[in-house]
Design a protein around this ligand. Structure first.
Ligand code: GAP
Length: 444
């Protein structure tokens, strides 16, 4: 990936690959699809898990100041009233009176003469903007009345605020410390689109990091830097990433400072993640609404305070799309064109493919033994169909870092050939050294 200009053809190529190779399918396709909703296929579910696992590893496993949580998706209106989402989690919406389509008012570009037209039928007969709440409303239990109203969470963050005291008491952590969560969120987006960039059902990876109030600016800078580094370490070129601080009027109702980590998607720059200074807004709001104190007593300083919160909030599905776009490449190997996903080994769906050179029965037992050796360590593919060249191309196209080929000589010398994806270079080595060799080169 080198060009730093928008590149719509790359997007089409990635979308086609995702469908063809089982990464992402349009949801409910046999019924004509369900707008902007997607299913993750055999390779997509694996890659999405790898994205989330890489995040969890960096945010929870490699730190001793962050613990995990998995909170409920359904919640009562009380949560969303206190958090401000019932009042302010809205987009301005206009209706076209001619074709009845609905648009986000802030996405409509006025013409040079100042008129605003419907993007579908060009009519200027549009309603005044009105606020449209993005939360999905449902009912719990058998009676659908005001008392049974519930909402699907539009962000995972509130689960961390609601459990602040539980976590404090059960882990004996003290600020600065964080609570991390990965899971589904739901927003009734007016204009979903750009593939899985903006959907109504998506996955988030969020950290709420609780700090003494005076330390908030320092931790904000820390997390902006850390999160930028995470994307670079997983293979996104630095010139396709930028940090964009929000203007004052863009800030969410809970934030006094936000910086987005943005990626140059094929359609232009887009947010991957927002790092926000949420201050004590949420803890104070829930404390007031629930009557429970959500503060912290610092024994050493003999001081009670409500921690401030720095929140790095990323999209798992959106990040996966960015990793796919950044990894997509076309080159030539031995004079033949190929498509290759240069995915970081940590993100690649399969780490290794075991390929018997031919389908002949005599190769199968040894090839299966090699597979059995590797499977407990890495997710592997096994493929004995078609020519070896075609099978290499198939693995390149889905980003498998290494192919291990078992041939007829392997039966005599107990050696196999390891082929690396990006360079297509091959080395032959004893099966007894295979695990150490791959472990060293995959460097997971
Ligand atoms: N708790 C703060 C929060 O939710 P956000 O900027 O609205 O902040 C965080 O969302 C991240 O979640 C975004 O940067 C994006 O990656 C992802 N995200 C938000 N809305 C999304 C949508 N409709 N579809 C896919 N991903 C979305």
């Amino acid at each position: 990936m080198s060009a730093t200009e928008p590149d719509p053809q790359r997007m089409d190529a990635v979308v086609a690959l995702c469908k063809r190779r089982g990464f992402i399918f349009p949801s409910a396709e046999i019924y004509g699809g369900f707008r902007s909703t997607y299913d993750y296929g055999p390779l997509g579910v694996q890659m999405l898990r790898n994205v989330k696992e890489a995040w969890w590893r960096s945010m929870v496993q490699l730190r001793d100041d962050v613990v995990g949580l998995d909170a409920a998706i359904l919640g009562p209106p009380d949560i969303w009233r206190a958090s401000g989402h019932l009042d302010t989690f809205t987009d301005p919406l206009v209706d076209c009176r001619k074709c009845q389509q609905r648009w986000r008012a802030d996405h409509l570009e006025p013409a040079e003469d100042g008129t605003v037209r419907c993007p579908s039928c060009a009519s200027t007969d549009l309603t005044e903007p009105r606020d449209f709440n993005l939360m999905f409303k449902t009912h719990t239990g058998p009676v659908a009345d005001e008392g049974s109203v519930a909402y699907l969470r539009p962000e995972t963050a509130q689960g961390m605020f609601l459990n602040f005291k539980n976590v404090l008491q059960t882990t004996r952590k003290k600020p600065p410390f964080g609570i991390a969560q990965v899971g589904k969120s739901f927003r009734n987006e007016i204009t979903p689109g750009n593939y899985v960039f903006r959907t109504r059902e998506f996955e988030q990876m969020e950290l709420e990091f609780f700090v003494p109030p005076a330390d908030a600016p320092r931790w904000f800078d820390h997390w902006v830097e850390e999160r930028h580094r995470w994307y670079v370490e997983l293979g996104i070129p630095g010139d396709h990433l930028r940090i964009r601080p929000h203007e004052k009027e863009e800030l969410s109702h809970y934030s006094v400072a936000t910086s987005d980590v943005e990626f140059l998607f094929p359609f232009g720059w887009g947010e991957l993640e927002g790092v926000a200074n949420r201050t004590d807004f949420d803890l104070k709001a829930h404390a007031t609404a629930s009557g429970e104190s959500l503060d912290y007593f610092d024994q050493a300083a003999n001081e009670r305070y409500v921690p401030h919160v720095i929140e790095p909030a990323a999209g798992a599905t959106r990040s996966m799309m960015a990793f796919l776009v950044a990894a997509y490449d076309q080159d030539e190997i031995g004079g033949e064109a190929r498509t290759v996903l240069r995915l970081h080994p940590r993100l690649a769906p399969y780490k290794v493919a075991v390929l018997p050179l031919s389908k002949k029965e005599m190769l199968t037992p040894l090839a299966r033994d090699v597979l059995g050796l590797l499977q407990p360590r890495y997710l592997c593919d096994y493929d004995d169909t078609q020519s070896i060249g075609k099978r290499y191309r198939r693995q390149d196209e889905v980003g498998t870092p290494f192919c291990v080929t078992v041939d007829f000589d392997s039966l005599d010398d107990a050696q196999v050939t390891v082929r690396e994806r990006d360079s297509a270079q091959q080395v032959r080595l004893p099966i007894s050294e295979l695990v150490d060799h791959l472990t060293g080169r995959l460097n997971l």
